[in-house]
Design a binder for this molecule. Structure first.
Ligand code: ADP
Length: 551
């Protein structure tokens, strides 16, 4: 028997129209670095999204499901693009401006982008790539920048504001099938070529509802969220959509992502929530320690993208900022789990341990663990295996190019269609995920696994260690052993033996897991999205570029 309910498509257009109308007074504030920040209401941004759609259609001829790329920071114009492009039926393709040039070239060509909207400050990055981007015909420039860099590059150059000026503020949005592509984002390609994840209108809609649930970020129009996580990285964790659904104000840092301006914008704009990867928060913490500021408005912080070190969570607790840890990937939209402790531990000693897990699965994400031999493992909090997930906002394939079939590589998708995350961990009986490693980072020593993450967290809880990354290196006797690379606080006199003793102290780390190879580094290399880049460390070690001491 069929239901008697209306079959109304879940679309990005609907989120836009709702936000612009019902939450028209909510604000997008964009930091400008000097003087007053720039303020725009949801109503104005909504009107401008209609105007942008007119400009793209009438002036640049964007039609059908063409991809329109953005090369932009987090700002109000980027939010407008987020809504105009999918609502007109085209596909928003956010370009990760931190990717190496050859990967950017690869993804623009793979997606066959014909139009790119770029912030003027990013033209020095874009201009040299243009000769290698044959499909690109139009560059729309937003904000200040040296436009002469594009002279003679064989593309039409437009000014964003001039394109919008005088355009009608009503665009007749098409009816869209909710399963159609709305946006795409390529994985950062830590292994092989970047792969394109294509989000549907439906997946974005459902994911935004999940982000807004009380058990997830749970924000309302009383809140202002500081969106540090870039809009070019997994849709800024869904915040530009979730905000329009619930009227949550947005504070956008634009290109001012260094600790000092972040601290300044928190003090003056008083956001209540912020979202970013741990490295950003480590930087902010050091800044606030060196130069205290009034950050009392900021009471909730969502941290994800890589594991939140316990020391960081504790330090933020002391500052009155409650960290909520979350896990996800480009392929999962990204919200996969979020660590809101269960009612029965709130206020008890157990609570902190729950908060340190990657978090609990929401109803929309089904999970299972697969052991090394392909066997299903129980949710007992102890059996560690590769995490596989499925759900309405989880990728089931990668983009195969305009003529190609979707790609389902066997190492990424199971035969029955689940996403293989490449993350290794345990799940407790009440659905909390604890990641112990990435499948490719786990250290396989004499038939046993050593978690590089456990070693890193233990090292980073040492008062003299600012950063630590541990990788597996080949070992004749054991197959693999851990190599610890550490960044020491300025003026520290800690030596390797004392760090090793610190790890062994109080049974923090089992004796057989203690690293014997150590190296001091100036900084841990980071990927384009600010995660520890262990591939680079392994390479440096293999090429003899690291000064390693063996204890
Ligand atoms: P990439 O795979 O290129 O790094 P993603 O940004 O999609 O791109 O990264 C997803 C991965 O980041 C996850 O598979 C996981 O390994 C890691 N990750 C994300 N959140 C967390 C977290 N809270 N704790 C530990 N690892 C995390």
């Amino acid at each position: 028997m069929l239901s008697t309910m209306q079959d109304v498509p879940l679309t990005v257009t609907r989120i836009l129209e709702h936000g612009a109308l019902v939450h028209g007074e909510s604000q997008i504030t964009t930091w400008t670095g000097e003087g007053e920040p720039h303020r725009r209401s949801f109503r104005e941004a909504g009107e401008r999204a209609h105007q942008l759609a007119h400009a793209l259609r009438d002036d640049l001829g964007v039609s059908g499901d063409e991809r329109v790329a953005t090369l932009m920071w987090n700002n109000a114009e980027h939010v407008e693009a987020y809504y105009a492009i999918p609502s007109m039926g085209a596909v928003l393709h956010t370009l990760n401006l931190r990717l190496p040039a050859e990967q950017l070239v690869f993804i623009v060509n793979h997606a066959a982008d014909r139009v790119v909207i770029a912030n003027g400050s990013l033209l020095p990055l874009l201009a040299p790539l243009l000769p290698q981007l044959p499909t690109l015909e139009h560059v729309v420039v937003s904000g200040p920048g040296d436009r002469s860099l594009l002279d003679g590059a064989g593309v039409s150059v437009h000014d964003y504001e001039e394109l919008l000026a005088g355009k009608p503020t009503v665009f007749d949005w098409p009816e869209i099938d909710e399963r159609q592509a709305a946006a795409m984002c390529y994985t950062s390609g830590t292994t092989g070529d970047p792969k394109g994840v294509v989000y549907s209108h439906r997946s974005i809609y459902l994911h935004s509802m999940q982000v807004n649930m009380a058990q997830s970020m749970g924000l309302t129009d009383l809140d202002t969220t500081l969106v540090v996580v870039p809009q070019f990285h997994v849709n800024a964790w869904g915040l530009p959509h979730a905000t329009f659904m619930s009227g949550i104000n947005m504070l956008m840092p634009d290109r001012f992502l260094q600790p000092a301006p972040l601290a300044e914008m928190i003090e003056s704009e008083r956001p209540t929530h912020a979202a970013a990867v741990p490295t950003i928060w480590q930087g902010l913490l050091a800044e606030l320690t060196a130069k205290p500021r009034d950050v009392s408005s900021l009471t909730q912080v969502t941290i994800g993208g890589s594991a939140c070190p316990p020391s960081l969570m504790a330090a933020f607790d002391d500052l009155g900022m409650r960290v909520c840890h979350a896990w996800g990937m480009t392929e999962t939209s990204p919200l996969g789990t979020i660590a809101r402790p269960p009612a029965h531990v709130v206020g008890t000693e157990e609570e902190f341990a729950y908060r340190l897990t990657q978090g609990r699965f929401p109803a929309g994400v089904e999970a299972r663990l697969t052991g090394p031999g392909g066997e299903r493992l129980p949710w007992d909090g102890e059996s560690a295996g590769e995490l596989e997930v499925r759900g309405p906002w989880i990728a089931g394939a990668y983009y195969g190019g305009s003529d190609g079939e979707p790609l389902r590589p066997a190492d990424k998708f199971s035969e029955d269609g689940w996403l293989k995350t490449g993350d290794v961990g345990t799940i407790s009986a009440d659905g909390f995920l604890t990641l112990t490693d990435r499948a490719k980072d786990v250290i396989k020593s004499g038939g046993e696994w050593i978690s590089s993450v456990d070693l890193e967290n233990a090292l980073m809880s040492h008062p003299d260690v600012t950063e630590a990354a541990v990788v597996a290196v080949p070992d004749e006797r054991w197959g693999e052993r851990p190599l610890a690379t550490v960044v020491l606080r300025e003026g520290s006199t800690a030596d390797f033996a004392s760090l090793r003793a610190f790890l062994a102290d109080e049974g923090k780390i089992a004796k057989w897991q203690l690293p014997e190879r150590w190296s001091i580094v100036e900084a841990v290399p980071k990927t384009s999205v600010g995660k520890f880049d262990k591939k680079v460390i392994r390479k440096r070690y293999a090429e003899g570029d690291l000064d390693v001491t063996k204890l």
